[in-house]
Design a protein around this ligand. Structure first.
Ligand SMILES: CC(C)(COP(=O)(O)OP(=O)(O)OC[C@H]1O[C@@H](n2cnc3c(N)ncnc32)[C@H](O)[C@@H]1OP(=O)(O)O)[C@@H](O)C(=O)NCCC(=O)NCCS
Length: 323
């Protein structure tokens, strides 16, 4: 069929079409239209998100967007995303979307663009190279199949932590604690400093109010799936799970233990609690994503039997100065 391409701004009617494109490009990470809408609606007011869709003969066959990154905010740095439906690749649609995206970006005087793809996507890797993006950072997504996970075998690791004076409770169970929101926030804030980031980047951590506004507005947030280790009222560690409404897995959010409580088995016990919960809910697997340089977290996940999928590679295109 001949190409009859047009590129136009995204409208909310396009959510089903872009969810379909994304789920076809990444079949092992399917997404629902309402999840994409929820992500967009949670953007911090004032930050920029622009999206374009490519239509061929009236059908959406690809899309591209750029947005500020709330958690690594710089007014001239943008996260970019460009996807073309596999049946419509190698026809110049990606290049056309890229050209339009760069034109729209110009008004924001960008100094750095970031983008991500996976090491097994050879065409996407070539596309990045061709457009001047350079590799910056690698992370592994890994998956633990719950059919082979036997909680009984690990029970001793949870009991040890309980014997050491920690309580393990979900955020839902901690509802009666008036310090719950402050404690969870303080834990995340302190531990986020130790999470590896791409070179030259730093977390721009939200304030308490924005932190909870963002968490509560996330339709995949479930207070009963955030597991906390509490000692003498202090929230010492956390391991979070999030829903994945498009399949039967769960995603891991942040797993973290305050520096003064590390190497006591707290993270291992929290992850075991999360895995046992997921299995009890009849889920098929738990996913997680870790920087390849995060040896402490990778060690725990490897020990638990998480299997690595092809690595995600973050790329950057520096447009001005050192960025
Ligand atoms: C990763 C982290 C949660 C581990 O917490 P922890 O409570 O200290 O971990 P545990 O005590 O349960 O460790 C269990 C096992 O994991 C491995 N491990 C933990 N920390 C390690 C380290 N720094 N180096 C190597 N192995 C490590 C060890 O095998 C350890 O068993 P051992 O102490 O008997 O040798 C903690 O270092 C942290 O909060 N880091 C910053 C936040 C972060 O990066 N989170 C992950 C984001 S993806």
């Amino acid at each position: 069929m001949t190409l009859n391409l047009s590129i136009r701004p995204f409208t909310p009617h396009d959510y089903p079409a872009i969810a379909h494109v994304r789920s076809t490009v990444w079949p092992d990470n399917p997404v629902l239209p309402q999840t994409l809408r929820n992500q967009d609606e949670r953007m911090k007011p004032g930050l920029v998100l622009r999206r374009l869709v490519a239509e061929n003969n009236g059908r959406v066959v690809g899309y591209a967007n750029f947005s500020h990154m709330e958690w690594m905010y710089h007014p001239q740095k943008f996260w970019t995303n460009l996807l073309v439906h596999p049946e419509h690749q190698r026809q110049g649609i990606g290049s056309a979307l890229y050209e339009h995206l760069m034109n729209e970006l110009r008004a924001f005087d960008p100094i750095k663009l970031s983008a991500s793809t996976r090491e097994d996507k050879s065409q996407a890797l070539r596309f990045m190279q061709k457009h001047g993006f350079k590799e910056e950072f690698r992370a592994w997504e890994s998956r633990l199949d719950l059919a082979g996970f036997e909680p009984e075998k690990w029970a001793g690791h949870i009991q040890k932590v309980l014997r050491d004076g920690y309580e393990i409770k979900s955020l839902a169970e901690l509802e009666g604690d008036p310090q719950r929101e402050r404690e969870m926030y303080a834990l995340d804030l302190e531990c986020s400093r130790d999470v590896p980031l791409p070179p030259g980047e730093a977390f721009t951590f939200p304030d308490l109010e924005r932190y909870w506004q963002n968490a509560r507005a996330n339709t995949n947030f479930r207070p009963e799936m955030w597991f906390l280790a509490v000692k003498d009222g202090e929230y010492a560690g956390v391991s979070q799970l999030f829903a994945r409404p498009a399949d039967h897995d769960l995603n891991t959010g942040f797993t973290a233990v305050k520096p003064t409580h590390r190497r006591h088995g707290v993270a291992l016990a929290l992850k075991l609690t999360a895995l046992e919960y997921a299995k009890g809910q009849g889920k098929t697997a738990v996913r997680t994503e870790n920087a390849q340089v995060n040896r402490p977290m990778l060690s725990i996940n490897e020990r638990l039997g998480f299997e690595k999928l092809p690595a995600w590679i973050d790329f950057a295109k520096v447009l001005k100065g050192e960025a």
